[in-house]
Design a binder for this molecule. Structure first.
Ligand SMILES: C[S@@+](CC[C@H](N)C(=O)[O-])C[C@H]1O[C@@H](n2cnc3c(N)ncnc32)[C@H](O)[C@@H]1O
Length: 244
């Protein structure tokens, strides 16, 4: 059944608008811990990495993060990626010529097992984005790696990202909408039902501000998902913030 749904929706699709109460009841923010997910994602990541190596060209969502890391022009910064999956962004950034000391963390032990297998010399931790086991200001840059959209307590995840960062925080691949309020959707991701939060951008920027972050760069790299029943477009953006 999961395979059939995966074939039908691809990696991500079938968005349905739901209430926050419904999302909480279904515990949709725990779904990335499904032990079958890492292998499914891995197949796609392997293909993407092979294409990048062959064409020397990165997909737009990766290029956004690369551009912002290069904009900072720091010498070998310490970088934490929160929601790192199997740690492949470490390889992508290295391929793009971003030199850094990388640490990855994710709340899925299956993803972290894979990360340790692929990148045995790098540090990886299993932990929740809302309760990071790191010291205040431990990393020059904290990258929230496309994960707040999957976390019901996203204000806490934003605060934690800001807390462990000494200088900069990046919120990569974040779906936003401009007029409608923050909207909770249920979608199929890699064949399992999961939450995707589409943030009202003004609300999101106020949470960044409340966490002590000032936005210094925004890259809009895509449109979608289209929300059923709405005429308004959603956009995918990567936000670079500085600690104030
Ligand atoms: C869409 S993937 C992003 C992977 C990679 N960072 C990227 O940008 O392509 C989201 C990742 O966030 C992780 N995640 C979701 N909720 C989390 C939480 N509460 N704490 C830590 N990681 C979480 C998932 O396990 C998954 O690996």
């Amino acid at each position: 059944m999961k395979t059939l749904l995966n074939k039908f929706f691809g990696v991500s699709g079938g968005h349905q608008v739901i209430t926050r109460v419904e999302a909480e009841r279904l515990q949709l923010d725990t779904q990335w811990q499904d032990p079958d997910l890492p292998q499914k994602q891995l197949e796609i990541v392997k293909r993407e990495l092979a294409q990048i190596k062959a064409n020397h060209k990165f997909p737009a969502h990766m290029q956004a993060l690369i551009d912002q890391m290069k904009l900072l022009a720091l010498t070998k910064p310490t970088v934490l990626e929160i929601g790192c999956s199997s740690g492949y962004y470490n390889e992508i950034l290295q391929l793009a010529g971003v030199d850094m000391q990388y640490t990855g963390c994710d709340y899925s032990s299956a993803f972290i097992d894979l990360a340790k297998q692929f990148y045995p010399s790098l540090p990886f931790d299993v932990c929740d984005a809302t309760a990071l086991p790191y010291q205040d200001q431990q990393f020059d840059i904290a990258i929230s790696g496309c994960c707040i959209l999957h976390i019901l307590d996203y204000p806490k995840a934003i605060q934690e990202t800001a807390r462990v960062s000494k200088r900069y925080a990046v919120f990569s691949r974040t779906p936003v909408i401009h007029l409608a309020p923050t909207t909770y959707t249920k979608k199929m991701g890699y064949g399992v039902p999961m939450i995707e939060i589409i943030f009202n951008e003004t609300e999101l920027l106020r949470f960044f501000h409340a966490a002590g972050l000032r936005v210094i760069d925004i890259i809009t790299f895509g449109k979608g998902p289209h929300l059923p029943g709405s005429k308004e477009s959603t956009f995918s953006k990567t936000y670079l913030c500085e600690k104030v």
